[in-house]
Design a protein around this ligand. Structure first.
Ligand code: GTR
Length: 327
């Protein structure tokens, strides 16, 4: 005769076995740094909808917007640990964790956004993706993040000398501090959430970002000049904790990847429109958008950044060449 405890255990085991046949339900927590109205927020919501639909509810994603789950460097560690399951990440702050990912954070490595996507869709992208997966941060789709340019209050930036002496906030990555320092400035890593206050109190003289982010978090309210240096073209990913992804059945993996890829297509459409809209909005608010006639001096100033990177990572020379020789 079964006693009540074994009955309960058996009952639980049967219930578990049934769940296992139907596949264990996965409830994923997703990190997103952006606020409402930003293309990536809409795209992450779309990702969550598509995942629920295409996995028949076996995988669900709850997206936490506005960076409430923590700063980007912290959130990336949480993804590696599996405490955050998925997110929309910029590859800039991934560079310190995965040296291959740093390829995309070399200033002026890409000629334009289409060139960046061609590199990502080729063998260099495969290498970067595999290395990120090995580090626990598996990219399953790529978002557009446009080009990053400098903004500040004291006047337009036209040459690297205009950056000299300025304290410029950068994302967390030695390549970015090196980039600003190579122009004679002072590259200062800081969490995205702290930049508005740092700009308005003069803790930093300027920062750099793409137009949609410059607008969405109000940095344009405290910066009079946005100079189109376009020094960094860094992609973003939908990245999943590798072990969580690998634990899914092949069918569920396909559903999750197709949801991310479709969300990324949507993001890229929204991105193009938002870049124009943000430019118009910040200009209307009084920001002077400064065209830079000749970017060559900025590119030339990056020689020591490349030299230091390749001296520290000689094995990355092949990736750099791959990217540069991609048509
Ligand atoms: C944005 C990017 C964010 C974050 C931010 C920053 O353009 O989408 O992931 O990296 O820049 O400057 O910290």
């Amino acid at each position: 005769m079964l006693n009540s405890i074994s009955k309960t255990v058996l009952g639980t085991a049967t219930a578990l076995a049934l769940t296992a046949t139907a596949g264990l339900a996965e409830d994923w927590r997703a990190w997103n740094i952006h606020v409402d109205g930003h293309p990536n927020t809409a795209a992450m919501d779309r990702f969550a909808e598509l995942v629920a639909e295409r996995t028949g509810g076996e995988v669900t994603v709850e997206v936490f917007h506005g960076g409430v789950l923590g700063s980007q460097p912290d959130a990336l560690e949480q993804v590696q640990l599996g405490a955050i399951d998925v997110g929309n990440f910029n590859l800039g702050p991934i560079g310190p964790l995965v040296k291959e990912a740093n390829l995309v954070s070399l200033p002026f490595i890409f000629r334009d956004v289409p060139h960046m996507f061609r590199v990502l869709d080729g063998p260099a992208g495969d290498k970067i993706g595999a290395a990120m997966g090995d580090a626990g941060i598996l990219p399953i789709a790529w978002f557009d993040a446009g080009a990053r340019s400098f903004y500040n209050n004291t006047g337009p930036i036209n040459t690297p000398d205009d950056v000299a002496g300025m304290k410029i906030r950068v994302m967390n990555n030695d390549l970015f501090t090196g980039m600003v320092n190579a122009m004679g400035g002072n590259g200062t890593p800081m969490a995205f959430a702290e930049v508005y206050q740092a700009l308005s109190t003069g803790v930093v003289d300027g920062a750099e970002n793409n137009l949609p982010s410059f607008e969405s978090v109000g940095h344009f309210e405290v910066s009079g000049y946005y100079s189109l240096s376009e020094h960094l073209i860094i992609p973003e990913c939908v990245c999943v904790n590798t072990a969580k992804f690998n634990a899914l059945s092949a069918e569920m993996q396909e559903a999750v990847v197709s949801a991310a890829v479709d969300a990324a297509d949507y993001q890229r459409e929204l991105w193009a429109a938002q870049t124009d809209a943000s430019k118009a909005a910040v200009e209307a608010a009084g920001v002077k958008i400064n065209m830079i006639a000749d970017k060559t001096p900025f590119q030339d100033a990056m020689a020591p950044v490349y030299a230091d990177y390749l001296a520290a990572n000689p094995d990355m020379a092949e990736l750099v060449e791959l990217a540069q020789s991609t048509e």
